[in-house]
Design a protein around this ligand. Structure first.
Ligand code: 5RP
Length: 235
């Protein structure tokens, strides 16, 4: 028997911890990524066991809706509901003010819509995602209309960023988002004022949204492995 991958165990534990916060009757924002996938799985298991009843999920991506269907979570849309009780989503970087960089899975535009509507937005990460300053370990993703790739690239360079069109794996050419757009990943040395940069980037014509989530997260659940044992702490 091979030993369990500690990163996977950490993601499972943090996903389980987030799923355990969901109460019966809730509308739940379902995030995207490998950590949230475990939360969706555990929500499905709670429904199946009868521990949880009458929830509806609002998916942030094709991946989330496929997983929700796989695990028996009924889905709804933003047209049919007035509010989201709780959203669970991953992140690529988290700073001490709980500001985030998201979009590693190219889903940040829908994620920001859903997560921002939630009464309680829980972020599920492992400790490698915690940074002192955003932008230091992960480039900032922008979702961009295909026809605007060149002007947006130039505008981002003028702001001091190093843009790179995200290329697909196992498909020739660029990544195409669930909405049919492209992703430009922008490397900034460090992001000193996330709130200002979020607005500045979204003001460039052709940018649909960027991966800065400022002042949205309520609770960060951080998975860690201590003395070989996985644990989850709250920020
Ligand atoms: C998708 C995201 C993901 O939540 C983020 O990339 C974290 O993913 P993972 O849990 O796989 O590390 O923002 O757009």
């Amino acid at each position: 028997m091979t030993a369990a991958d500690p990163v996977k165990v950490m993601k499972q534990e943090v996903g389980r911890a987030a799923a355990s916060r969901v109460q019966s009757g809730s509308i739940v924002g379902l995030g995207t990524g490998s950590t949230t996938a475990f939360a969706i799985q555990f929500l499905g298991e709670r429904l199946k066991s009868g521990d949880l009843k009458d929830i509806k999920g609002v998916p942030t991506s094709f991946q989330a809706s496929v997983l929700a269907k796989q695990y028996g979570i009924p889905l709804t849309t933003l047209d049919e509901i007035e509010k989201i009780d709780i959203a669970i989503d991953g992140a690529d970087e988290v700073d001490p003010q709980k500001n985030l960089i998201k979009g590693g899975g190219a889903a940040h535009t829908r994620e920001k819509i859903v997560d921002s509507l939630a009464d309680l937005f829980i972020v599920v990460v492992d400790s490698s995602k915690l940074v002192e300053k955003l932008g230091t370990t992960f480039p900032l993703p922008l979702e961009v209309l295909a026809l605007a790739i060149s002007p947006v690239t130039r505008a981002v360079e003028k702001l001091g960023g190093q843009p790179e069109l995200r290329m697909a794996i196992k498909k020739d050419g660029p990544v195409i988002t669930d909405q049919g757009n492209m992703i430009i990943d922008v490397k900034f040395t460090a992001i000193d004022n996330p709130a200002e940069l979020e607005k500045t980037l979204n003001n460039i014509p052709g940018v649909l949204d960027n991966g800065l989530f400022v002042g949205l997260a309520d609770l960060i659940l951080v998975g860690e492995v201590k003395d070989g044992q996985p644990s989850v702490r709250e920020i």
